[in-house]
Design a protein around this ligand. Structure first.
Ligand code: IMP
Ligand code: MG
Length: 225
């Protein structure tokens, strides 16, 4: 039987959750159904020993709740639209968020993707935004929801918003999973926002550092080198 050690306990939604390391030194969490061995079940503020993550900004559970809330808000906003909603994701960062979000939007929709480059492989915005792969379909006369992983300086999203407006959609709204208000250099309107975070470099749930860490199921901050 696995033994949980170095544990701390939390009350989460009235359930006692115990998080610690199991006998292999992996992070484990014991809840109602016993001990689940997984490096994924981490809570915000936890220290994660693997994958060079120093702390959790948004836990898996918080991601799920946030996506459900955004899906419900978007569904309510677009009730009764005439044609399917066009949900456009900016690749690559938004791909996981998009996949979860569209399943929480309970009205007919279609998806399309665009790739713009702004950062290269570093962590500092160059401000130079290029369209690497354009949409497949026309957005003229359509209700469009633009989906971004994170709005940092706002340069990328503001350029994409301007580009999309010039294509004459019927309406254009914006949604971002993460928002860094403290880093903003360009004022933009965000209609549906997951959560504001501090001015730290976030990875996971689609967000990368040098193309890595996108597959983490939570959002964390990298340890400094
Ligand atoms: P902005 O143009 O400065 O708003 O940056 C937007 C793009 O930079 C986002 O779509 C992300 O791809 C990337 N980015 C900005 N901040 C972060 C971060 O903290 N982690 C990972 N990618 C980021
Ligand atoms: Mg992005």
């Amino acid at each position: 039987m696995a033994v949980l050690c170095n544990f701390r306990h939390f009350l989460l939604k009235k359930r006692l959750i115990v998080v610690g390391t199991d006998d292999d030194g992996k992070i484990a969490r014991a809840g109602g159904s016993g001990l689940q061995r997984s490096a994924c079940h981490v809570l915000r503020g936890d220290i994660v020993e693997d994958q060079k993550i120093t702390k959790i900004l948004v836990s898996e559970e918080e991601v799920r709740e946030m996506v459900a809330r955004l899906g419900a808000d978007i569904t309510a906003h677009y009730q009764g639209i005439q044609k399917e909603l066009m949900v456009i994701g900016l690749l690559r960062g938004s791909f996981i968020f998009m996949a979860d979000l569209v399943r929480q939007i309970k009205i007919p929709l279609v998806v399309d993707f665009m790739t713009v480059s702004s950062y290269g492989d570093g962590t500092i915005s160059s401000g130079d935004v290029k369209v690497v792969m354009d949409l497949d379909s026309s957005i003229e006369g359509r209700d469009v929801l633009l989906v971004e992983d994170i709005v940092d300086t706002g340069r990328t999203f503001s350029k994409v918003i301007r580009m999309m407006r010039n294509r004459n959609p019927r309406s254009l709204k914006t949604c971002t999973f993460l928002n860094k208000p403290g880093a903003r250099l360009v004022d933009i309107q965000i209609d549906f926002c997951g959560v504001d975070i501090a001015n730290e470099f976030a990875v996971g749930y689609g967000l990368d550092y040098a193309q890595g860490y996108r597959n983490l199921p939570y959002v964390g901050v990298l340890k400094p080198d």
